[in-house]
Write a protein that binds this ligand. Sequence first.
Ligand SMILES: [Mg+2]
Length: 364
Amino acid sequence: MEDNLDLTVKWNGKEFDVSYISPSDCVGALKELIFDVTGVRPERQKLLNLKYEGKMPHDELKLSDLNLKKGFKIMMMGSLEKDIEIASTQPEDLPEVIDDLDFDDVKLDNHEIHFAKVKRRIKEYQINILSQPREGKKLLVLDIDYTLFDHRSVAETGNELMRPYLHEFLTDAYHNYDIVIWSATNMKWIEEKMRLLGVASHPDYRIAFYLDIHAMISVHTPKYGLTQIKPLAVIWGKFPCYTPENTIMFDDIRRNFMMNPRNGLRIRPFRKAHTNRATDHELLKLMKYLRKLARYDDLTEFNHQKWEKYVKRHDENRKRKRDDPRDPDSRRDEDKSSSGDGAEEDAGAEEAGPSGDVTECTTP
Ligand SMILES: [Mg+2]
């Protein structure tokens, strides 16, 4: 494996570690990592002692061309604009239309830079494992706010704001999935909310671990500006038993899975708990969808945007079977529909059956 350069940036009288960067990374990637730790945007950074042939190196230049020694200290000048600070915090209430854009509208370039950030999270972010990964289980990653819980309404107890069927949903999902909670807040709030909702201590399921805002990365896109997202590769890098094929993530904000559109399912936000509690059946329906997915090896073959269609089809088939249990076509029909447009373009999921791959679960 390539050596890390373990660079330090000195700025504003403080030192910042830029520890996960290698000679094969380019100057642009370095600037993004500096932005990550300091909040100073790449175009605002003046890296004073970083020179190539007597001039400031351009962004595409490899760090190996600069002959930097391990532990090199970079002196930086650059201003932190107020608006950057604001943009760095997760916007909670973007209008729905913005959250619901197709990914075609959001071009994520600079992949190399984002991967460098992900690598850093894999290396540096500490996970407190609450329940060990179980062999052969898939992975369900859940957001909290507006996904499991209406965090904006006022109430006396957590239960009033809890999304209906939360515990039934988690209990059912736990049969086939290890469950991870990932929220764009700090760990102490996540722990507090999970305690309040009774998720942390429920007898029928366990949460594998929590991830907070520090496991997220910042990306810049022309459409959203600067935003924080949840790259699943942070989990996959830390736990080899979880992969793109066996992972699904629910979040009410679509851009959170910008780096993993095939693994994300945008859940309808649960807001105004007092008004909507009686009619919100989202988790009950998603429970059925997860059961269906659990039979397949590769979840990325499904188009999760169409999840409601699959559930509806499943319900119709069950009803038909119930009405006429001797109908020989009913069983076949269900099989067809569960793989037909379930797996997009069929994609070979038809005979997948129960997951045969036993994934070796290792902890970091
Ligand atoms: Mg949310």
